[in-house]
Design a protein around this ligand. Structure first.
Ligand SMILES: Cc1ncc(C[n+]2csc(CCOP(=O)(O)OP(=O)(O)O)c2C)c(N)n1
Ligand SMILES: CC(=O)[C@@H](O)[C@H](O)COP(=O)(O)O
Ligand SMILES: [Mg+2]
Length: 602
């Protein structure tokens, strides 16, 4: 019987002695290594917060007191001590335990948004609400040194000093985001600016400061938290920890301390199976090649050089590579500055995180028609990271940006080609998007017509299938299924999906039904742009837009989630057949006669 087996709620920690707490921490690490290596997830971040989380749950009485984890990727220990041990076998799978706090899972989870740098703002507002009600409930925000590089966190700190709400800010300073945390703040916390790290900075903002504290010493952390709890103003408790602590492959992983892993061998930290070539790998290689011939290209990342494929560019051209920290807004506006200065910035960001910087794309970049290329990795369904990480809003949110040209490559060749076209474009911003997946097999075009790649044709095919980027493979397989059902289709990849290419409009005019397929939300997506363009051009073919619903899609495996939303070959086929069945009598595209077209086109 282990100590961990007896911990089913935070109160179970109260009776443990110092030695038992140390033993429990060891058991928790063994549990985490085993569970995360089997399922994938955030390993290094959680190994670093074991003692800190035990101390938090001994000092504060969750859920009456509120503990908010910034980003939430480091909440596994919190889940373990709040009764969710048995659910780790399904970690991040469909219907299984989420990799982030999740309200539906436990009353101990309040905030489940896993975009970084939000916790202090949630906490300030919550504490203010408790103060208004004169309710004695403590509010704690746990924030990493990486998340503290985000501007939102500083907006919150600025407000905390004068807020009636008191917040205990636990700064988990492990010196890293993925890679070592960069910038003046990181240098300050690391003592690289000389003098004592912490007090000067936070006290000058009107907050109290305690630390630096050894974040792996439960008693030291507890003592500091007790003091912070009793203070009459907001306090920063500065805990120094080691990312990946207690697991050699994590602690020694140079890239990111095994920040976020797939299924790996616990002894070596290496992937259990060959990961295969991803879209990110293809982007990485082509950008290095472009950098060799174009000295004006500058790569910009928001704390994710490695995961977005910019690390190789950074090794080759360190002077032309910028990591701005978790600061997507600054990344985009500073890219605008670079472009004003004659450079061509390539800003690589996960699609979901660009949501942060929509205004910057709109007014700081597009208004000035600046040549900035945005590369959106993890576009569409990402999978195990769940609702906040699916990159499904970009096309809809950015559809309103005048002059933004958007490309969605279907395979590695088109990714390379479209990236070069994007970087060559000087008159305004460009955007490329692709998913978190292996890059699909090459999909050759039969021919290119006015910039649109025609992937499949049949004589007098009545249905035009418009595949957006990575949806091309499934759309082509759907066309096979439809042919078996007696419906011939033309399948095209517009390559540049916005603005809608007039060549696509012309092609649509030769068909009785147009079906668009994309892995973003339908509402405001490419399908709706195509429908508008056809209507404006007086093309009468009805448009059926297939895509994701405007809803928060839970975590699960990417292929399964796409299928659940009808975006696999059989789903696309079924949707087309259904659409055909709704066409007015005489307009069945299986019997596409000139008269039916004439009738349709009025
Ligand atoms: C807005 C936003 N940008 C980027 C990310 C991706 N991301 C997740 S964790 C992380 C690093 C966080 O570093 P830190 O807060 O220090 O936590 P640690 O992993 O070191 O514990 C990044 C960049 C994110 N979740 N949200
Ligand atoms: C917490 C966070 O935002 C990242 O760690 C994210 O989970 C990484 O996702 P990938 O594993 O797709 O790189
Ligand atoms: Mg950190």
């Amino acid at each position: 019987m282990s100590l961990l087996d007896d911990v089913n709620e935070p109160a179970d920690l109260d009776r443990l002695t110092g030695d038992q707490l140390r033993l429990l921490a060891t058991e928790i690490r063994a549990f985490l290594v085993d569970a995360v290596c089997r399922r994938g997830g955030h390993l290094g971040p959680n190994l670093g917060v074991v003692e800190l989380t035990l101390a938090l749950h001994r000092v504060f009485r969750s859920p009456r007191d509120r503990i908010i984890f910034d980003t939430g990727h480091q909440s596994y220990v919190h889940k373990l001590v709040t009764g969710r041990r048995d659910r780790f076998t399904g970690l991040r799978g469909r219907g299984g335990l989420s990799g982030y706090p999740r309200r539906a899972e436990s009353p101990h989870d309040l905030v489940e948004n896993s975009h970084a740098s939000t916790a202090l703002s949630y906490a300030e507002g919550l504490a203010r609400a408790y103060a208004l009600d004169r309710t004695e409930r403590a509010v704690v925000a746990v924030i990493g040194d990486g998340a503290l590089t985000g501007g939102l966190a500083w907006e919150a700190l600025n407000n905390l000093a004068t807020s009636p709400g008191r917040v205990v800010v636990v700064l988990n300073d492990n010196g890293r985001s993925y890679a070592p945390t960069v910038g003046g703040l990181a240098d300050h916390l690391g003592g690289r600016h000389g003098g004592e790290a912490g007090p000067g900075l936070f006290e000058s903002l009107g907050l109290s400061y305690l630390g630096p504290i050894d974040g792996h010493d439960v008693h030291q952390v507890e003592a500091a938290l007790q003091k912070a709890r009793a203070a009459d103003q907001s306090v920063v408790v500065h805990c120094v920890t080691r990312k990946g602590y207690g697991h050699r492959p994590s602690e020694t992983d140079e890239a990111d301390r095994l920040h976020s892993v797939g299924v790996i061998d616990p002894l070596t930290g290496r992937p259990a199976s060959m990961p295969g070539r991803t879209w990110t790998d293809a982007l990485s290689d082509e950008l290095v090649a472009i950098g060799a011939s174009d000295p004006d290209v500058v790569a910009v990342s928001a704390a994710m050089l490695g995961p977005t494929g910019l690390a190789a560019f950074g090794e080759r051209y360190p002077d032309r590579t910028v990591d701005v920290g978790i600061a997507e807004q600054h990344a985009v506006t500073s890219a605008a500055g670079l472009a004003f200065g004659g450079k061509h910035p390539v800003v690589a960001i996960y699609a979901t995180f660009l949501n942060r910087a929509v205004d910057q794309v709109l007014l700081d970049v597009a208004l000035h028609r600046l040549p900035v290329t945005l590369v959106l990795d993890r576009a569409g369904i990402t999978g195990p990271d769940g609702p906040s990480h699916h990159g499904m809003w970009d096309l809809a949110l950015l559809g309103a940006v005048p002059g933004l040209r958007v490309a969605a490559p279907r395979d590695e060749t088109t990714l390379r080609e479209e990236l070069r076209e994007a970087v060559a474009h000087q008159d305004g911003p460009t955007l490329l998007r692709f998913p978190k997946a292996r890059v699909d097999d090459e999909i050759p075009a039969l021919y290119r017509s006015g910039g649109v790649d025609v992937l499949r044709t049949a004589t007098a095919a009545p249905v035009l299938l418009v595949a957006v980027g990575a949806m091309a493979a499934s759309t082509l397989r759907a066309a096979d299924l439809l042919a078996e059902a007696g419906v011939e289709c033309t399948v095209v990849d517009p390559r540049w999906v916005r603005p809608v290419n007039p060549a696509l409009t012309a092609l649509a005019d030769e068909h009785a039904l147009v079906v668009t397929v994309e892995d973003g939300i339908r509402d405001g997506g490419i399908g709706s742009s195509v429908a508008l363009a056809l209507a404006d051009a007086g093309v009468g073919a009805p448009v059926r837009a297939l895509g994701l619903p405007t809803s928060f899609i839970p975590h699960g495996e990417r292929a399964g989630l796409l299928a659940e939303h009808g975006l696999d070959p059989s789903g696309i086929c079924a949707a087309v057949l259904h659409q055909i069945s709704t066409l007015p009598a005489g307009l069945d595209p299986r019997d596409r006669s000139q008269s039916s077209l004439t009738a349709l086109h009025g």
